[in-house]
Design a protein. Sequence first.
Length: 396
Amino acid sequence: MPGLKNLTEVAAAFFKLGLVSFGGPVAHLGYFRKEFVERRRWIDDAAFADLVALCQFLPGPASSQVAFALGMRRAGLAGALLASICFMLPSAAAMILFAYRVSSMGDIRDSGWLHGLRLAAAAVVALAVWGMGARLCPDWPRRALGLSAAATVLAVPGTLSQVGVIAACAAVGFLCWRRDGAPGPGPSKPLGRAHAWAAASLLLFALLLALLPVAARMSGDRAVAVFDGFYRAGSLVFGGGHVVLPLLRSEVVPPGWVSDASFIAGYGAVQAVPGPLFTFAAYLGTLIDPGPRAWAGGLLALLAIFLPGWLLVGGAYPFWHLLRAKGSAQGILRGANAAVVGILLAALYRPLCTESIGNLRDGVACVLALALLGPLRAPPWAVVALMAAAGQWILR
């Protein structure tokens, strides 16, 4: 059993990081390395790189999964849960409070500040597409695969289309790249009790993914449907947190749970808070059932979207030394990553660009935001605030 001292250290360290970790998943990994490799020396560089590789291989929010894995190494399962909760708590609380503010405003579709947030969100996603495309689609075959995925999702919108595109591209990756760049074999470890618990975790992940849609249809209960939608979104996000945008939009906007205007307002606002991008789910869950206890819906959505990552990391980590030696797994990942770049590119075009950029001034403002976030490396919260102010006072 982990000692109280270790648990307290984990909670304090990750809560502090949750307050100051601006800049998205890549920046979060930099904060983690500085805190736990250089300063606290809980882990060495090689082991840290191995954890990052595992979490980037799995679907889900990579930086939050690394937090879970670091907490698990330090203080077991209790430490893993504490690390995740403390890391997400500041941004989740901020997003729930923002949802209460938005729900009290009534119709916000024509608000100037919302127009600015839309432009900021478009710039953020454009930068993510560029960075992810350069890293995950470095050659023309994968670029073609990504463009095909984007075209398919634009032609046939919806969650099933996105899932089908990821599956199809993963199959193409297996066929085309299964023999390329296989990593070296990991250390040989005998199977034991930890592997049995890990297998149970992976089985639970698969059972929930398969059975939650059935439970939602049979029960007709909105809470079950919400849990199903957010769990599925958290299970299918490969490549980066921004890919959750199209997946969540297809879950909450078409059924009328959240308006497009409120959705984009929250997506813009989450760029201005520290911590994981997945806390956007807390905002959406709070809006779905407005009222004094709407925060409970936010917590339900938050649990649903993070649970797949917890189950996958807890289940895959003991088997990682076997999985990383398989070239076929790397080929599948290459294809899936090309697909998610395409899905994100489609989301950049619709709804972000089609519903945000209506004239030349909007285009210039979006390019300015892109320049501030990219070459000038301005902090995201400052760019979001600037664009909201510009939308309120200049662009409208």
